[in-house]
Design a protein around this ligand. Structure first.
Ligand code: SF4
Length: 657
């Protein structure tokens, strides 16, 4: 079967948002399949609207389709209505580009950016007609791979994935293609599957879970060791040295239907050295590698011209730290493309008047709102998490923003952080009230929204040893804020479901024993768990009970320094003793300044890869004092920092006051 379109087309009028499944976006390709080529199906295990803008997937889509020996198509998790239709007709999961059955591809490669999609991964594998457990697959089945931030602890999915890629994907997909090309050329004979997995395990950055033995002592993990001498003891992440070599996506996809982040996106740098201790994205993507400002300007101008978008986001983990920010901003403001003024989103800017000034230049037409991310309510707490923003920095930025015409402000916070007291929690409300007061000096309609998420400790961060707050404790803290803000109508409070936070904590630091739990939840129709209307905590608790596993042990327990962690045989380039020392510094309320402007702390990220920070400027940017004042995000964008906050924050929002 080459396309299921004839069977699919009559179904589409019966399901919601049929445009999710038709492809044909500007920038998409319908590649010619040839048995000599390695065919990749790149899957985003969430809906099309969430998955389409994913830049990692789009970058690999282009890079692979530029190769002579490979091709790539895309697929997204079908919503439950289409899934039911497919299953009732015996139809498989398909690519959106040529509607080819997923099981006919050589590789199914998942992008994992949130743990709550894990059951969707199993569902997609099953819908592809492929055994969900890797051990049951035969040579004719596709290889099932995963990449993305969650793969820094892939152990909960170890039973289901053939291989996992750590780090940047731009180079490693070529090496994987060559291994699979040779396997195909050899005829994919019986028994050859282990051979190709062994060959993949020798590719730097590729982890093959089935080639490792895991030993436990009671509940404790004792060791994860390779079963063969040619399989590495520890898998190091891949890091591309120079972003300038990878000006992708060159042809960003322009969807035919509404999606999140529906705008041109241009990545200005990768990595972050701010050192926020809760932020996994900042830790695992080090070192900082900047794209040359000239290349950014070219990508923005050409991208706007080609796509027709009137909005561009300059993406990174802290865009105001980009040394070329003023040059790029000036170019966009001074040189309208397509005869119109371009709106620029600046996710993750510093909290200071300088960046508000930039935002003001860029949002001349649309003063919709601004988003700041102080993350914690008191200076003490912000020292613990190393988010070194003084109250006055925030108030100055808020004052600058209201004085320049903004009326609404959104502030992001985490609760359940290490050492957090009720005073720290209530500090969130106080900051909100003070910001409204500042706004009222400029406008009677000033309002502030406080968005509060429950903190989930993540692997490869200094907080990986911390015992996560329980659901009742997170509920109590949200209750404190609700009570405190009851009489302040100009301060809106939104919070994220602590029950979903529990499951995210379970899967983010779990080990292989969680595999049967994830499979159990999936078999009970527990898909789309990141969507509040679909989330079912009871399914998870029942599955844990059936597996004889204790959620408290996995989620709420503090770890000790000598404990073997499920991801210790993987490496994000960070020295474990650096992370432990940073954890001790956190408990001592000691902040650590940005290492771009200080002597190196030897975290391992640069030295381990012989890569120095690639930045164009050797001095701190204007307005940004060392280690203070960061993270403001211009509205109309979800801050890139959300990579570090609970992904369920988006759909699984619990409530608002
Ligand atoms: S190795 Fe040094 S300079 Fe590089 S990210 Fe780590 S602390 Fe910063």
């Amino acid at each position: 079967m080459t396309s299921i379109w004839p069977q699919l087309e009559p179904i589409l009028p019966k399901v919601a948002r049929p445009a999710r499944y038709i492809g044909l976006e500007d920038g998409s390709v319908q590649p010619h399949h040839d048995p000599r080529k390695v065919s990749w199906l790149l899957l985003y295990p969430d809906t099309y609207e969430i998955g389409l803008p994913n830049q990692g997937l789009q970058i690999l889509y282009e890079i692979l389709n530029e190769r002579d020996d490979a091709l790539a198509e895309r697929s997204y998790a079908p919503w439950v209505d289409l899934e039911a239709e497919l299953r009732s007709r015996g139809l498989p999961l398909f690519s959106v580009d040529t509607h080819r059955p997923a099981g006919e591809f050589d590789l199914l490669a998942f992008n994992l950016s949130a743990e709550l999609v894990y059951t969707n991964v199993l569902n997609c594998i099953d819908l592809a007609g492929v055994p969900v457990r890797a051990a049951a697959r035969r040579p004719e089945h596709p290889l099932v791979l995963a990449g993305g931030h969650c793969t820094y602890n892939p152990e909960p999915l170890a039973d289901f994935l053939d291989a996992v890629v750590l780090g940047d994907g731009e180079e490693v997909v070529a090496e994987i293609t060559e291994v699979v090309r040779d396997w195909k050329a050899s005829g994919r004979t019986d028994g050859s599957r282990e051979g190709v997995l062994r060959a993949l395990a020798r590719v730097p950055g590729v982890y093959v879970p089935s080639l490792y033995d895991v030993a436990y002592d009671g509940p404790r993990l004792v060791a994860v060791t390779p079963r063969f001498a040619d399989v590495p003891d520890r898998v190091e992440k891949r890091t591309i040295a120079d972003l300038a070599d990878w000006p992708y996506p060159r042809r960003q996809l322009v969807p035919l239907t509404e999606v999140v982040h529906d705008r041109l996106n241009v990545e200005v740098f990768r990595g972050c050295t701010r050192g926020c201790r809760f932020c996994q994205a900042g830790m695992i993507t080090r070192p900082v590698r900047e794209r040359p400002a000239e290349q950014v300007r070219t990508m923005v101008a050409e991208g706007l011209r080609r796509t027709g978008y009137d909005e561009v986001a300059l993406t990174s983990l802290s865009t105001a730290d980009f040394s070329g920010i003023e040059e790029v901003v000036r170019a966009v403001v001074d040189d309208p493309v397509n005869g119109q003024q371009t709106s620029v989103s600046l996710p993750s800017l510093r909290v200071d008047a300088f960046t508000v000034g930039i935002a003001a230049q860029l949002q001349r037409a649309r003063r919709t709102g601004l988003t700041f991310a102080p993350e914690a309510g008191t200076w003490r707490m912000r020292q613990v998490i190393n988010k070194l923003i003084r109250e006055q920095d925030l108030y100055d930025a808020v004052d600058a923003a209201f004085s320049q015409g903004w009326r609404r402000m959104k502030l992001y916070f985490l609760t359940g952080l290490p050492t957090e007291t009720d005073e720290d929690t209530l500090g969130i409300a106080e900051l909100g009230r003070n910001c409204v007061e500042i706004g009222r000096r400029h406008t009677r309609s000033a309002s502030v929204t406080l968005s509060v998420g429950g903190f989930v400790p993540k692997p490869f961060t200094p907080f990986q040893w911390f015992g996560q707050n329980t659901v009742p404790e997170l509920h109590r803290k949200v209750g404190l804020l609700r009570d405190d803000l009851r009489r302040h109508r100009s301060v809106q409070l939104k919070w994220h479901d602590p029950k979903a936070t529990l499951v995210e904590g379970l899967t983010s630091r779990g080990d292989r024993r969680l595999g049967p739990v994830i499979e159990d939840v999936w078999r009970q129709a527990g898909t789309f768990q990141e969507w509040s209307e679909r989330f079912r905590l009871d399914l998870w608790l029942d599955a844990l009970a059936r597996a004889g596993l204790d959620p408290d042990w996995y989620v709420h327990r503090h770890r000790t320094e000598d404990e073997v962690l499920p991801w210790d045989h993987l490496s994000a380039g960070l020295h474990k003793d650096f992370l432990w020392q940073d954890w001790r510094d956190a408990l001592d309320e000691v902040g650590l300044e940005d290492c771009r402007w200080t002597p190196c702390y030897d975290c391992g990220a640069c030295t381990g890869y012989s890569i120095e920070h690639i930045v164009a400027s050797a001095t701190p940017p204007a307005g940004g004092s060392q280690g203070t004042g960061q993270d403001l995000a211009a509205e109309s964008s979800t801050p890139v920092q959300l990579l570090a906050r609970p992904p369920q924050a988006r759909p699984a929002q619990a409530g608002a006051r």
